[in-house]
Design a protein around this ligand. Structure first.
Ligand code: DGL
Length: 271
């Protein structure tokens, strides 16, 4: 493989439990347009958010191994649930840099010194892991942190109901307790939630700052590639290869929505 000659030329690997992680790919392509990307979505086993920590770790190792077998120079764990449970394991198991979504989101939140009461929403697995809560508390002791598992949001988003009245009712039910605590920042701790930005902005107005992990993760990935001297210099056209563990028309339609662009043929991955 040519990547052994010049590691910078190798693609960046990204994985998620499904196609939601393409929101991270979208952000990566905006910030690092010269990088080739191999994306793996584990559509055969999605969701991860309701699985046990052991299972999430096992799946995450298999996903990363698939990307390593395809010669990637670094791995971005686009899935919040996988980051929450498996990031340290992946970082010690594999030799390439492994980048998660949680730390960058936490940094972006705390970059605004005015953040005093922070709300976090994510899958049951992410919230149960306390990974966000821990990372925030470690960096800013005394910060008020209010986390809520919001498991109904992923199915709504996958159905394309991102502006539906029923979704708004569900969001209100989930967010009211956080708003009652006076949160000034809301962290969107799930791959899918960037698609809720418009509705959340309308609902929350300017009172609450929204932090999504996709764009902050892309900025962090750029920094890590730079530190490891792995940024691709070539101006040649970068490739985007999308692999899914289960192929279906619905997954492909969703993938287009999450990526916000069209792409070539999706390939079937066997782990
Ligand atoms: N990708 C997951 C996350 O960011 C959401 C979907 C799932 O539960 O697998 O947490």
């Amino acid at each position: 493989m040519s990547s052994t000659a010049d590691p910078c030329q190798a693609p960046l690997g990204v994985f998620d439990s499904g196609v939601g992680g393409l929101t991270v790919v979208r952000a990566l392509r905006e910030l690092l347009p010269q990088e080739s990307i191999i994306y793996l979505g584990d559509t055969a086993r999605v969701p991860y958010g309701s699985k046990s920590p052991d299972t999430i770790r096992r799946f995450s190792v298999e996903d990363t191994q698939f990307l390593i077998n395809h010669g990637v120079k670094a791995v971005v764990v686009a899935c919040n649930t996988a980051t929450a449970h498996a990031l340290p394991l992946l970082q010690t198991t594999f030799r390439v840099p492994v980048i998660g979504v949680i730390e960058p989101g936490v940094e972006a939140t705390l970059a605004d010194g005015r953040a005093e009461r922070v709300g976090i929403i994510g899958t049951a697995g992410t919230i149960r892991s306390s990974a966000y809560q821990y990372a925030l508390a470690m960096r800013r002791p005394g910060l008020q942190i209010h986390a809520a598992a919001t498991p109904l949001l992923v199915p709504f988003i996958e159905e394309g109901w991102t502006d539906h009245p029923t979704l708004k009712l569900v969001l209100k039910e989930y967010l009211d307790p956080l708003l009652e605590k006076g949160i000034d920042t809301l962290m969107l701790g799930c791959t899918h939630y960037p698609l809720l930005m418009p509705v959340l902005k309308k609902m929350l107005g300017r009172k609450v700052r929204l932090v999504d992990s996709a764009s902050t993760c892309a900025a962090h990935a750029k920094e890590v590639l730079h530190q490891h001297r792995l940024l691709r210099r070539s101006r040649g056209r970068p490739a985007l290869d999308i692999f899914l563990t289960d192929l279906s028309e619905q997954a492909e339609t969703m993938a287009r929505r999450f990526l916000g662009a069209d792409f070539g043929r999706v390939k079937k991955a066997s782990l």
